[in-house]
Design a protein around this ligand. Structure first.
Ligand code: ADP
Length: 477
């Protein structure tokens, strides 16, 4: 199916609808690559109604029947991995190999939940009355609204939609305006796989208007959102009047700690992976790198050497490790963080500026002598800037790592078993990677504490947002 033309329209009640209104750009070249519908309140209400109407039929199917459809969806995604990878790189910019890896990662959620939905078990509990029995059912919540970001145009979609569909919920998805095309393609493959009309609906357009309808609707029972902390808080407030279930994956400010007993080369490799994946544009990217004093200089030297060797360029060029940032504002934020760090005593070891090829391309940047007064310590940079902080001991670095309102991912490298346990338990984060720079997998619960969000995605825990618990008392036996 080479050269397949993917849809650039919205999907409501099984119909592909909408005009070519809003442009989508390739962040690498700046070229317009498509135009998509600019929908608002009316169409979102239609999408919610379609999802509501489709819910009884879909939720009544056997888990095994839904599983078979999801399995076919997974297989179609795998079958189209090359074309989907090209589409993803075109609208998002990440290197093609990373884009294809994301498609496989996205597919893994569909596969996992196609299997896991067969194991949504209820319970019978010890009774409090001799002529009664207590039974606990797990039932799909109903209509789910999903709002997704641009940094993982495929994986953030399937991580939400696959578990929702698998347990019998129906969905209205609003993908990010920067990257709607991958979502359209995934929806078309879902349709081909046999997902019935109205079960999966997709709208693009006015984010504020769409968000207001989704939050205010009594039919929407769960809102699941991945994006900025500011918008997450806004949506949470907007959902209060209808007391909706909320899944929120918000910003991080990940610490990456290297202790003096660590395997230094492994720590350097892990930090490179964690910091520069997707050009630093992931909510689990290392944002603050803390290195113990005795190994600080050696770490900085080795890390900067590797960072400066990462090739920056168009995602379709082979050997490119870092694509463009999503837009000019993203590049300006990295510039601002660097300027602030320099003003406050930081030393630029490599990079420090936009790349010579222009546009939104940015050099991998390492800043030594970072301090907690700098913006880089307080805000998520979301770009290829690695500030390296010095620390003396375990208590000091744990306190520094926890000194943030975020609590998504943390990383540390150490070998001493006592230290590993102490630090792992002391870090106030939803996810802690020990001696690894990467932790995302469909098999584990992804999510944060504090202002990084609510709920978990992936693993069996990822079903919880989409299931209600119902207590049945069977009395008079
Ligand atoms: P970013 O700044 O990284 O784009 P956002 O949180 O603004 O992060 O965007 C994440 C998703 O939230 C996108 O799909 C975006 O369109 C959507 N979004 C932004 N503002 C609102 C809003 N007021 N209501 C609903 N969705 C919104």
């Amino acid at each position: 199916m080479a050269g397949r033309v993917w849809p650039a329209q919205c999907l409501i009640g099984g119909e592909w609808v909408g005009n070519a209104d809003s442009p989508v750009f390739n962040p690498s070249t700046g070229a317009e690559i498509a135009r998509v519908p600019n929908f608002g309140q009316k169409e979102t209400e239609q999408a919610v109604a379609a999802a509501r109407n489709a819910f009884p039929g879909w939720s009544r199917l056997l888990a095994k029947e839904r599983a078979a459809i999801l399995r076919r969806w997974h297989d179609l995604v795998i079958q189209h991995v090359d074309q989907l990878g090209v589409l993803l790189t075109t609208e998002q910019g990440k290197p093609l190999a990373e884009a294809k890896a994301e498609i496989l990662y996205a597919a893994s959620y569909i596969e996992f939940y196609a299997e896991e939905c067969k194991r949504v078990h209820g319970e019978t509990l010890p009774t409090h009355i001799s002529d009664g029995r207590i039974i606990v059912l797990r039932q799909p919540v109903g209509v789910v609204a999903a709002i997704t970001p641009w940094n993982f145009p495929a994986a953030m979609v399937t991580r939400k939609i696959a578990p929702a569909l698998a347990v019998g919920c129906t969905v209205v998805l609003k993908p990010a305006p920067e990257t709607p095309l991958t979502a359209f393609a995934l929806a078309e493959l879902a349709e081909l796989a046999g997902v019935p009309a109205g079960v999966l609906n997709l709208v693009t357009g006015d984010a504020v208007a769409i968000g207001q309808v989704l939050c205010a609707s009594h039919d929407v029972r769960t809102l699941t959102f991945t994006g900025s902390t500011a918008i997450g808080k806004l949506l949470m407030a907007q959902c209060a009047p209808t007391v909706k279930r909320l899944g929120l994956e918000l910003g991080g400010n990940a610490p990456f700690i290297v202790f003096d007993d660590a395997d230094l080369d492994a720590a350097v490799d892990g930090a490179i992976l964690s910091k520069f994946r997707n050009a630093g544009q992931t909510c689990v990217c290392a944002n603050r790198i803390f290195v113990q004093t005795s190994i600080y200089d050696e770490f900085v030297r080795k890390f900067a050497e590797k960072a400066s060797g990462l090739m920056v360029g168009d995602g379709f060029s082979t050997a490119v490790a870092i694509g463009p940032l999503i837009n000019d504002a993203a590049a300006s934020k990295v510039e601002a963080h660097i300027a602030d760090a320099i003003r406050k005593g930081g030393t630029v070891i490599t990079g420090g500026r936009r790349h010579a090829i222009g546009g939104n391309f940015f050099c991998p940047t390492v800043v030594a002598n970072a301090t907690v007064q700098m913006l880089v310590a307080q805000e998520e940079t979301f770009g290829p800037l690695a500030p390296i902080f010095r620390f003396e001991d375990e208590n000091e670095v744990t306190a520094l790592a926890n000194a943030t309102h975020s609590g998504l991912a943390a990383y540390f490298y150490a070998r001493d078993l006592g230290r590993v346990w102490r630090v792992a338990e002391a870090l106030e984060y939803g996810m802690v990677a020990i001696n690894s720079g990467r932790l995302s997998t469909e098999l584990a619960p992804f999510g944060g504490v504090k202002e990084s969000g609510l709920g978990r995605e992936g693993s069996r825990h990822g079903l919880d947002e989409y299931l209600d618990t119902k207590y049945l008392l069977m009395a008079g036996l």
